[in-house]
Design a protein around this ligand. Sequence first.
Ligand code: HPA
Length: 267
Amino acid sequence: MSAAKANAEIIKDHAGSEPVEVALVLGSGLSGVGDLLDNRVEIPYEDLVDFPTGGVSGHGKSLLVGTLNGKRIAILTGRAHYYEEGRANIMRVPLESMREIGVKTLLLTNSAGSLEKDIPPGELMMISDHINYNGQNPLIGEPTDNRFVNMVDAYDPQLRKQALAIADELWLTVKEGIYAWYSGPSFETPAEIRMIKGFGANAVGMSTVPEAILARFLGMRVWACSSITNMGAGLSDENISHQHTKEMALKGAKKLEQLLERLVGEL
Ligand code: HPA
Protein backbone atom coordinates (compact mmCIF):
# COMPACT_ATOMS: atom_id res chain seq x y z
CA MET A 1 0.00 0.00 0.00
CA SER A 2 1.28 3.50 -0.77
CA ALA A 3 2.17 5.82 2.11
CA ALA A 4 -0.72 8.10 1.09
CA LYS A 5 -3.24 5.25 1.18
CA ALA A 6 -1.91 4.07 4.53
CA ASN A 7 -2.20 7.62 5.88
CA ALA A 8 -5.77 7.91 4.59
CA GLU A 9 -6.64 4.78 6.59
CA ILE A 10 -5.01 6.19 9.74
CA ILE A 11 -6.77 9.54 9.32
CA LYS A 12 -10.14 7.85 8.77
CA ASP A 13 -9.61 5.67 11.85
CA HIS A 14 -9.09 8.81 13.94
CA ALA A 15 -11.44 11.30 12.31
CA GLY A 16 -14.12 9.21 10.60
CA SER A 17 -14.53 8.31 6.94
CA GLU A 18 -16.62 11.29 5.86
CA PRO A 19 -14.60 12.93 3.06
CA VAL A 20 -12.51 15.99 3.79
CA GLU A 21 -12.57 18.32 0.79
CA VAL A 22 -10.37 21.17 2.01
CA ALA A 23 -6.84 21.18 3.41
CA LEU A 24 -4.88 24.08 4.82
CA VAL A 25 -1.12 24.34 5.31
CA LEU A 26 -0.03 26.76 8.00
CA GLY A 27 3.15 28.81 7.75
CA SER A 28 5.49 30.09 10.48
CA GLY A 29 3.65 31.57 13.45
CA LEU A 30 0.21 31.02 11.91
CA SER A 31 -0.95 28.05 13.95
CA GLY A 32 -3.84 29.93 15.65
CA VAL A 33 -6.32 28.86 12.96
CA GLY A 34 -6.26 25.36 14.41
CA ASP A 35 -7.95 26.69 17.56
CA LEU A 36 -11.04 27.64 15.51
CA LEU A 37 -11.82 24.00 14.66
CA ASP A 38 -14.87 22.21 16.04
CA ASN A 39 -14.82 18.43 16.65
CA ARG A 40 -11.07 18.64 16.42
CA VAL A 41 -8.96 15.49 16.11
CA GLU A 42 -5.18 15.78 16.31
CA ILE A 43 -2.82 13.28 14.70
CA PRO A 44 0.94 13.78 15.29
CA TYR A 45 2.92 13.61 12.03
CA GLU A 46 5.08 10.94 13.63
CA ASP A 47 2.03 8.64 13.74
CA LEU A 48 1.64 8.96 9.96
CA VAL A 49 3.66 7.18 7.26
CA ASP A 50 6.53 9.11 5.60
CA PHE A 51 5.17 12.40 6.88
CA PRO A 52 8.16 14.74 7.31
CA THR A 53 8.03 16.10 10.84
CA GLY A 54 9.84 19.34 9.92
CA GLY A 55 12.42 20.79 12.24
CA VAL A 56 11.56 24.50 12.07
CA SER A 57 10.56 26.33 15.24
CA GLY A 58 7.24 28.15 14.96
CA HIS A 59 5.75 25.26 12.97
CA GLY A 60 3.38 22.62 14.36
CA LYS A 61 4.01 18.92 13.95
CA SER A 62 0.53 17.51 13.70
CA LEU A 63 -2.42 17.13 11.41
CA LEU A 64 -5.77 18.44 12.64
CA VAL A 65 -9.10 17.32 11.25
CA GLY A 66 -12.30 19.05 12.22
CA THR A 67 -14.98 21.46 11.12
CA LEU A 68 -14.38 25.12 10.30
CA ASN A 69 -17.42 27.25 9.58
CA GLY A 70 -19.42 24.10 8.81
CA LYS A 71 -16.82 22.54 6.45
CA ARG A 72 -14.73 19.46 7.12
CA ILE A 73 -11.10 20.49 6.86
CA ALA A 74 -7.64 19.03 7.44
CA ILE A 75 -5.00 21.41 8.75
CA LEU A 76 -1.29 20.73 8.45
CA THR A 77 -0.07 22.81 11.37
CA GLY A 78 3.45 22.89 9.98
CA ARG A 79 5.26 22.06 6.77
CA ALA A 80 8.66 20.73 5.83
CA HIS A 81 10.77 22.98 3.62
CA TYR A 82 13.09 22.32 0.71
CA TYR A 83 16.04 23.62 2.73
CA GLU A 84 15.63 20.97 5.43
CA GLU A 85 16.79 18.08 3.24
CA GLY A 86 17.34 19.61 -0.20
CA ARG A 87 14.27 17.77 -1.53
CA ALA A 88 11.76 19.88 -3.46
CA ASN A 89 9.21 17.04 -3.20
CA ILE A 90 9.43 16.81 0.60
CA MET A 91 5.67 17.60 0.87
CA ARG A 92 4.58 15.04 -1.73
CA VAL A 93 3.38 12.32 0.67
CA PRO A 94 1.44 14.77 2.88
CA LEU A 95 -0.31 16.25 -0.16
CA GLU A 96 -0.98 12.84 -1.74
CA SER A 97 -2.45 11.80 1.60
CA MET A 98 -4.74 14.82 1.49
CA ARG A 99 -5.93 13.86 -1.98
CA GLU A 100 -6.53 10.32 -0.76
CA ILE A 101 -8.99 11.57 1.93
CA GLY A 102 -10.89 13.58 -0.67
CA VAL A 103 -9.22 17.00 -0.66
CA LYS A 104 -10.05 19.02 -3.76
CA THR A 105 -8.95 22.48 -2.59
CA LEU A 106 -5.61 23.27 -0.99
CA LEU A 107 -5.11 26.51 0.93
CA LEU A 108 -1.48 27.48 1.50
CA THR A 109 -0.17 30.11 3.91
CA ASN A 110 3.31 31.36 4.60
CA SER A 111 5.35 34.15 6.08
CA ALA A 112 7.16 36.25 3.52
CA GLY A 113 9.34 39.27 2.99
CA SER A 114 7.78 42.11 1.01
CA LEU A 115 9.40 43.81 -1.95
CA GLU A 116 6.77 46.56 -2.04
CA LYS A 117 6.48 49.65 0.15
CA ASP A 118 2.68 49.47 -0.05
CA ILE A 119 2.60 45.89 1.29
CA PRO A 120 4.30 46.47 4.66
CA PRO A 121 4.89 44.00 7.52
CA GLY A 122 1.64 42.96 9.18
CA GLU A 123 -0.27 42.99 5.87
CA LEU A 124 -1.48 40.07 3.78
CA MET A 125 -0.52 39.40 0.18
CA MET A 126 -2.66 36.93 -1.70
CA ILE A 127 -0.57 35.06 -4.26
CA SER A 128 -1.67 35.57 -7.87
CA ASP A 129 1.30 33.81 -9.47
CA HIS A 130 4.80 32.68 -8.58
CA ILE A 131 8.39 32.72 -9.75
CA ASN A 132 10.35 29.56 -9.08
CA TYR A 133 13.63 31.36 -8.46
CA ASN A 134 14.95 28.31 -6.60
CA GLY A 135 14.88 26.39 -9.89
CA GLN A 136 14.24 23.06 -8.16
CA ASN A 137 11.00 21.30 -9.00
CA PRO A 138 9.09 18.74 -6.92
CA LEU A 139 8.17 16.77 -10.05
CA ILE A 140 11.74 16.00 -11.10
CA GLY A 141 11.89 12.21 -11.30
CA GLU A 142 8.14 11.79 -11.72
CA PRO A 143 7.94 9.26 -14.57
CA THR A 144 4.47 9.92 -15.98
CA ASP A 145 3.46 12.49 -18.58
CA ASN A 146 1.34 14.11 -15.86
CA ARG A 147 4.58 15.80 -14.79
CA PHE A 148 4.10 18.40 -17.53
CA VAL A 149 1.76 20.45 -15.38
CA ASN A 150 0.15 23.57 -16.86
CA MET A 151 0.86 26.39 -14.42
CA VAL A 152 -1.33 29.08 -16.01
CA ASP A 153 -3.86 30.22 -13.40
CA ALA A 154 -2.26 27.83 -10.90
CA TYR A 155 -3.65 30.06 -8.12
CA ASP A 156 -7.35 29.64 -8.78
CA PRO A 157 -8.80 32.89 -10.21
CA GLN A 158 -12.27 32.16 -8.83
CA LEU A 159 -10.98 31.56 -5.30
CA ARG A 160 -8.89 34.73 -5.49
CA LYS A 161 -11.93 36.72 -6.53
CA GLN A 162 -13.97 35.19 -3.71
CA ALA A 163 -11.25 35.95 -1.17
CA LEU A 164 -10.95 39.57 -2.29
CA ALA A 165 -14.71 40.02 -1.98
CA ILE A 166 -14.62 38.57 1.54
CA ALA A 167 -11.68 40.81 2.49
CA ASP A 168 -13.66 43.81 1.27
CA GLU A 169 -16.65 42.83 3.38
CA LEU A 170 -14.45 42.34 6.44
CA TRP A 171 -12.64 45.64 5.85
CA LEU A 172 -9.34 43.82 5.54
CA THR A 173 -6.64 45.19 3.26
CA VAL A 174 -5.46 42.32 1.08
CA LYS A 175 -3.22 42.99 -1.90
CA GLU A 176 -2.46 40.49 -4.64
CA GLY A 177 1.03 39.80 -5.85
CA ILE A 178 3.69 37.48 -7.19
CA TYR A 179 5.64 35.30 -4.77
CA ALA A 180 9.21 34.26 -5.52
CA TRP A 181 10.55 31.04 -4.01
CA TYR A 182 14.07 31.33 -2.61
CA SER A 183 15.74 28.16 -1.34
CA GLY A 184 16.73 29.45 2.10
CA PRO A 185 17.60 28.79 4.83
CA SER A 186 19.82 31.89 4.75
CA PHE A 187 17.86 35.01 3.92
CA GLU A 188 18.49 36.79 0.63
CA THR A 189 21.22 39.37 0.13
CA PRO A 190 20.15 42.93 -0.70
CA ALA A 191 21.51 42.37 -4.24
CA GLU A 192 19.34 39.26 -4.62
CA ILE A 193 16.33 41.16 -3.36
CA ARG A 194 16.92 43.90 -5.98
CA MET A 195 17.23 41.22 -8.66
CA ILE A 196 14.11 39.30 -7.55
CA LYS A 197 12.15 42.55 -7.50
CA GLY A 198 13.46 43.29 -11.00
CA PHE A 199 12.16 39.88 -12.10
CA GLY A 200 8.67 41.08 -11.19
CA ALA A 201 8.11 39.49 -7.78
CA ASN A 202 6.29 41.35 -5.00
CA ALA A 203 7.23 39.07 -2.09
CA VAL A 204 9.80 36.40 -1.35
CA GLY A 205 9.77 33.31 0.81
CA MET A 206 11.08 29.79 1.31
CA SER A 207 8.01 27.62 0.76
CA THR A 208 4.63 27.27 -0.98
CA VAL A 209 5.81 27.08 -4.61
CA PRO A 210 6.70 23.36 -4.56
CA GLU A 211 3.42 22.64 -2.76
CA ALA A 212 1.44 24.61 -5.36
CA ILE A 213 3.14 22.65 -8.16
CA LEU A 214 2.43 19.32 -6.42
CA ALA A 215 -1.17 20.27 -5.75
CA ARG A 216 -1.76 21.19 -9.40
CA PHE A 217 -0.13 17.87 -10.37
CA LEU A 218 -2.60 16.14 -8.03
CA GLY A 219 -5.52 18.01 -9.61
CA MET A 220 -6.33 20.24 -6.65
CA ARG A 221 -7.48 23.86 -6.75
CA VAL A 222 -4.92 26.07 -5.05
CA TRP A 223 -5.25 29.29 -3.08
CA ALA A 224 -2.31 30.87 -1.26
CA CYS A 225 -1.67 33.87 0.94
CA SER A 226 1.45 35.37 2.51
CA SER A 227 1.56 37.06 5.86
CA ILE A 228 4.18 39.76 5.38
CA THR A 229 6.64 39.74 8.27
CA ASN A 230 9.40 42.05 7.03
CA MET A 231 10.67 44.06 4.11
CA GLY A 232 13.14 42.15 1.92
CA ALA A 233 16.84 42.47 2.81
CA GLY A 234 18.15 45.98 2.25
CA LEU A 235 14.70 47.55 1.81
CA SER A 236 14.46 48.71 5.42
CA ASP A 237 16.59 49.06 8.55
CA GLU A 238 14.88 46.25 10.45
CA ASN A 239 16.99 43.24 11.36
CA ILE A 240 15.69 40.17 9.49
CA SER A 241 15.70 37.00 11.59
CA HIS A 242 13.58 33.91 12.15
CA GLN A 243 12.62 35.22 15.60
CA HIS A 244 11.41 38.45 14.02
CA THR A 245 9.47 36.46 11.40
CA LYS A 246 7.67 34.45 14.10
CA GLU A 247 6.80 37.56 16.10
CA MET A 248 5.59 39.57 13.12
CA ALA A 249 3.59 36.66 11.70
CA LEU A 250 1.22 37.05 14.63
CA LYS A 251 0.25 40.51 13.33
CA GLY A 252 -1.01 39.17 10.02
CA ALA A 253 -2.31 35.96 11.56
CA LYS A 254 -5.50 37.46 13.00
CA LYS A 255 -6.49 38.87 9.60
CA LEU A 256 -5.61 35.63 7.89
CA GLU A 257 -7.74 33.67 10.36
CA GLN A 258 -10.76 35.89 9.68
CA LEU A 259 -10.29 35.60 5.94
CA LEU A 260 -9.75 31.83 6.02
CA GLU A 261 -12.75 31.15 8.22
CA ARG A 262 -15.06 32.90 5.78
CA LEU A 263 -13.39 31.52 2.66
CA VAL A 264 -13.57 27.93 3.91
CA GLY A 265 -17.26 28.40 4.75
CA GLU A 266 -17.93 29.49 1.17
CA LEU A 267 -16.03 26.68 -0.58
N1 HPA B 1 12.89 36.13 2.82
C1 HPA B 1 12.61 34.82 2.69
N2 HPA B 1 11.72 34.20 3.45
C2 HPA B 1 11.08 34.92 4.38
C3 HPA B 1 11.33 36.27 4.57
C4 HPA B 1 12.29 36.91 3.75
O1 HPA B 1 12.57 38.12 3.84
N3 HPA B 1 10.52 36.68 5.57
C5 HPA B 1 9.81 35.61 5.98
N4 HPA B 1 10.14 34.53 5.25
